[in-house]
Design a binder for this molecule. Sequence first.
Ligand SMILES: O=C1N[C@H]2[C@H](CS[C@H]2CCCCC(=O)c2ccc3ccc4cccc5ccc2c3c45)N1
Length: 127
Amino acid sequence: ERKCILTGDWQNDLGSNMTISAVNGAGQFSGLYLTAVSATEKPILVSPLNGSQHVDNLEHPTFGFTVKWSFSDSTTVFVGQCFTDDHGKETLQTMWLLRVKAKSMDDNWKATTVGTNVFTRIKVQNM
Ligand SMILES: O=C1N[C@H]2[C@H](CS[C@H]2CCCCC(=O)c2ccc3ccc4cccc5ccc2c3c45)N1
C-alpha cells in the first residue's frame, strides 16, 4: 500500500543526483540529471531526462527513463523498480545501458556498456 511516485530528488551509489518533476496521469515525467562520473574530459553539465512509470498500481512500480547527455554525444537509458521498506524508505533498483557515439560501424560492438545503480531519496531539510 506504500505509494512510490518518482517526483523529487534522488542520489545514486555513484553520487549522481537527479530531480524528477511532477508525474502526470499517464505516468510520464521529465527531469534533470547531474552525473558524478564521466569518462570524458569535457566538463560535466546538467542533462535532461524523460521517462515514465506505472501509476495504475503504485505498489513497487516499474519505470524507465532516458538521459540525453548535454556534454557529449552519448545517451543512457535506465530501467528499474521502486521498492519501499518497512520504514517507508524508498530505493530505486536500476540497470542502465550507456551508448556512446561510435566512430564507425566497426566500433559499434564496443559502444554500449551496462551497469546498475541504486537511488535513494535526498531528504530536503526545509520541507
Ligand atoms: O549516475 C551514473 N553515471 C554513470 C552511470 C550510468 S550513466 C554514467 C554517466 C555517463 C556520462 C557520459 C560518459 O561518461 C561518456 C560520454 C562520452 C563518451 C564518449 C566516448 C567514449 C568512449 C569510450 C567510453 C566512454 C564512456 C563514457 C562516455 C564516453 C565514452 N550512472
